[in-house]
Write a protein that binds this ligand. Structure first.
Ligand code: DX5
Ligand code: ZN
Length: 215
């Protein structure tokens, strides 16, 4: 799956920017930042609600915020198909996952590049998506950190041996030069912001990324 991130889109023309990838994307990745968990501020619930009404694409909301225990359910109720919280920020990640599922969303757990996977394996049994960050969360357009692929390989093994049932997603620095190594490590869903929206033809950029991993 390919999930274009609207972080790199033109926010003044958001509906048009989303429409451009509507036919080729699988999920639409929406980066919510609060200037506390990460040193950047982006968008929140009002924009998610507006985007929900503007597209049929499943919304993949990536919450880079403090206190996701308080806020995540609101994003599920706003119509997000997948709500991903950061393990580093959650107080009770198991309860949070249960609440997200009860609200009708897939539950996603994100970990930063420096956060090891092993302490999260029991918690991940309650989740539907694992988001492995391949840049420090906060900004688009950063360079891919290849060291995180070890975590992807470990997660892939756990899924393939039946120990976990997860979509393995990667986020940060995914482009034509990096997507193949991520695919080889076992990623199911690739977030791409600048590689899609800095391209002259974003729809073609999505199709090209897909071709690289489906070969
Ligand atoms: C970064 C965000 C990413 C960002 C990726 O904190 O979580 O989703 O949009 O942008 P690129 O693909 O440009 O690295
Ligand atoms: Zn993201």
């Amino acid at each position: 799956m390919i999930a274009p991130s609207i972080l790199s889109a033109d926010f003044a023309r958001l509906a048009d920017e989303i429409a451009v990838v509507e036919g080729t994307a699988d999920w639409l990745h929406v980066d919510v930042m609060d200037a506390h968990f990460v040193p950047n501020l982006t968008i929140g619930l009002p924009v998610v609600r507006a985007v929900r009404a503007a597209t049929a694409l499943p919304l993949d909301c990536h919450l880079m915020i403090d206190d996701p225990d308080r806020w995540a359910i609101d994003y599920a109720e706003a119509g997000a198909a997948n709500v991903t919280v950061h393990g580093e920020a959650a107080d009770d990640p198991v309860m949070l996952a249960k609440n997200l599922r009860a609200a009708g969303a897939r539950a996603g757990l994100a970990i930063k590049p420096g956060t090891p996977l092993e302490p999260w394996t029991e918690v991940l049994k309650h989740y539907d998506t694992l988001l492995v960050m391949s840049v420090e969360p906060g900004f688009g357009g950063q360079a891919f950190i290849p060291e995180v692929l070890d975590k992807v390989r470990t997660a892939r093994r756990m899924v393939d041996t039946g120990h976990l049932d997860l979509v393995v997603e990667i986020d940060g620095g995914i482009n034509a030069d990096t997507i193949e190594q991520a695919a080889e490590a076992g990623v199911d869903c690739f977030v791409a912001g600048s590689a899609v929206y800095s391209a002259v033809d974003p729809a073609r950029a999505v199709a090209n990324l897909r071709n690289q991993v489906e070969r």
